[in-house]
Design a protein around this ligand. Structure first.
Ligand code: MF3
Ligand code: CO
Length: 248
């Protein structure tokens, strides 16, 4: 069942989204060669707490940190570590969730570390673009899989692969609500979109194969071929008009 949010609930989620979005914007300047993935996590957690919010991910299904910090071939759910030092040429995806008055916002970006290859930069760009292609269908009159299809079309037309094993989702008082939102599929399927639905739309796009493997830590998801992957996510409200991005 897809939960329709009231205006009051959306107002709270907007506050939450501001902090999540602010953190991801601040990270643009802070991600430089030589820092550790734990340094990124520390900034995320400190900032969420500074605004009297709760890091949604910490303790979720036993996840140990506030942020997921996923380097290069890590697709999602990279666990921050003091030992994992970022080097020039890496790409790093950071996924952040903040809970405010019981409501969650969820967003992610992929960042370059110093100067990166043009192919890595193109992967990051296309992943973001695929989100915005999907966003065009976040409107009344479309159906859920229209979003999925638009994301897939963009990513594949640029020669990249869509990760299958992880999907976007409804978001509200729980981080993961119905519906699941795959980043691929035929158009014209699934529920019709209604005002007050709130979705975390999150394309995860890879350079090579879409197949992933989860490491023995039970979290870290890597591409099976070791090629790069990128992630871009925002919390989006369906309205009577333009979709509202709560985390941008
Ligand atoms: N944004 C991710 C998601 O949508 C983050 C979940 S990570 C977890 O699923 F550690 F909290 F599980
Ligand atoms: Co999410």
């Amino acid at each position: 069942m897809i939960i329709i949010k009231s205006q009051d609930e959306i107002d709270i989620m907007r506050e939450s989204g501001k902090v999540t979005g602010y953190i991801l914007r601040e990270l643009e300047q802070r991600i430089v060669p030589g820092i550790s993935t734990m340094d990124i996590n520390d900034f995320v957690e400190e900032t969420i707490r500074k605004y009297k919010m709760i890091p949604t991910f910490k303790g979720y299904g036993g996840y140990p940190a506030a942020a997921c910090v996923s380097v290069n071939e890590v697709v999602v759910h990279g666990i921050p570590s003091k030992e994992r030092i970022l080097r020039e040429g890496d790409i790093v995806s950071v996924d952040v969730g903040s809970t405010y008055k019981g409501y969650v916002s969820d967003a992610a970006r992929t960042y370059p570390v110093g100067k990166i290859s043009s192919e890595a930069a193109r992967l990051i760009e296309v992943t973001k673009d695929s989100f915005f292609e999907g966003l065009k269908f976040c409107r009344i009159g479309y159906r859920l899989s229209d979003i999925s299809h638009a994301i897939q079309k963009k990513a594949e037309s640029e020669g990249f692969a869509v990760i299958r094993d992880f999907v976007g989702h409804g978001v509200g008082s729980k981080m993961h609500e119905d519906p699941q939102i795959p980043n691929y599929g035929k158009p014209g399927r699934g529920p019709r979109l209604q005002a007050g639905m709130v979705f975390a739309i999150e394309p995860m796009i890879a350079q090579g194969t879409y197949e992933v493997e989860v490491l023995i830590d039970n979290w870290t998801a890597v591409t099976c071929d070791g090629k790069l992957a990128a992630h871009y996510e925002n919390t989006v409200v369906i309205t009577d008009g333009e979709p509202e991005l709560l985390t941008l």
